[in-house]
Design a protein around this ligand. Sequence first.
Ligand SMILES: Cc1cc2nc3c(=O)[nH]c(=O)nc-3n(C[C@H](O)[C@H](O)[C@H](O)COP(=O)(O)OP(=O)(O)OC[C@H]3O[C@@H](n4cnc5c(N)ncnc54)[C@H](O)[C@@H]3O)c2cc1C
Length: 490
Amino acid sequence: MRALADHLGNMPSIDADSGASRSVAVVGAGITGLVAAYELRRRGVNVTLYEASGHAGGAIRTTHADGFLAEHGPNSFVTSAPVDALLQRLDLQDDVVEANPGANRRYVVRHGMPLPFPLTPLAMLGTKLLSFRAKVRVLMEPLIRARRTPDDESVASFVRRRLGHEVLDYAVDPFISGIFAGDAETLSMAHAFPRVAELERECGSLSKGLMAQRRQRASDDPPPTAHQGAMTASPPARARLISFVDGMQTLPAALEASLTGTLRLGCPVRLVHRHESRWTVEAGPDGAARSRTVDAVVMATPAHVLAAMELPAALRKFAAPIERVEYPPVSTLTLGFRRVDVAHPLDGFGMLIPHTEKRSLLGALFSSSLFPGRAPDGYVALTCFVGGARQPERAREDTDLLVERVLSDLRQLLGVRGEPEFAQHVYWSRAIPQYTVGYQAVKDAADITEWQNPGLYLAGNYRHGVSVGDCVASGIQVADQVAAYLARAG
Ligand SMILES: Cc1cc2nc3c(=O)[nH]c(=O)nc-3n(C[C@H](O)[C@H](O)[C@H](O)COP(=O)(O)OP(=O)(O)OC[C@H]3O[C@@H](n4cnc5c(N)ncnc54)[C@H](O)[C@@H]3O)c2cc1C
């Protein structure tokens, strides 16, 4: 971290109260807003980062207790060029931990049995996860004619059409739960999995497209994002699945440390107004809000927050589709057990449970198998997810009932005995944005809103992808756009 401090000491900066023209307000200190603020500061811009809650990181939240490390939001993420560059700038390479190589193995439950998800064509032919009929249907995929109509299609419709309903139920639906806590019937193929949808458009079939991709892998193609990696069943070749020795919070903590004097915690933005060619932001706790005029504003909050804010008419006019983006609730439960009390080898990333299996649990990550230091010696840690778009009411249940329901599933599926030695529960009332059919209206609304309001930028997981890696890229991209705008504005 010393190198970071030295590096920051050399950064040009503009005095916050000097009235200098290059000042920017970033709203929301989730990973998107933190990265945007950090990158703007690095470019010499005077930034104020407003965060409504008392801590930075948004959905990224790690806690340590009784020798366990609990991740209440993301557990890991997939690297990409922008992520690697950021880690290098923050001098975090030595804190990175790569997922255990065995993490490629993912279990999917069928008829109450966790079965390894097939990762190769040969394994697909031998798997018990799909019936003989379903395998024949998969082999016929190259013969299915590509859809030529441009209208949006749900993930369920796309997969049923190309691969059959069993692949939807046992190979795609569980991954949709794992990434979006979503519903394949309502998610848009083009927006939730753009590169898979492209395979059909460009190559006529997924099999042909995947073969072409494999041939290209040796070239310098950018790796797919986390969700595309999951859709193709394993992370792409050169991308790494990572976390940090002390958990995911390391990333927002390093960004926060580099933003001293910039970050205002417990400071919700309530009003954003255009004032001639500049912007006024009113922020602060009840009765103590203060105004500040800046040259540009980056809104890096969840989409629904815009609905609760006082905004100029020109912004409100087009923002309606953004405000309506759905974020279903999710509960995460981190449970610790004595190793001897779990019969399953826990040799992989985790277990996903298709909706058709009718369980409370969406899935469980084998956290202590994935990364070192997640549980004390002789213990294991599981991160369990409940709720999402298919069973929102389940996520809202109280902790005791949730633990009881999850334990019942874990006993039957993983051979867990006895009671957990450790339990932590976090309820996310609005967890992950759903890229539903018709999502182009949200993307268009964001584009038009920015176009109609020069100096105002919208960023975050509802716009450019939900994974942590997507949000890092979104933060860097918006910082570039703002810096270019400030340079144009003189
Ligand atoms: C349970 C869960 C598990 C996940 N698992 C993974 C995973 O394993 N891998 C992965 O890659 N991704 C995962 N994700 C997705 C990923 O973590 C998120 O998409 C990403 O962290 C969102 O970052 P963000 O900055 O866009 O938004 P957020 O993290 O939502 O940050 C927005 C911030 O804005 C603040 N805010 C709101 N209103 C105001 C206001 N008026 N004024 C000021 N501030 C305001 C909020 O308090 C918050 O801090 C998971 C998400 C969840 C919820």
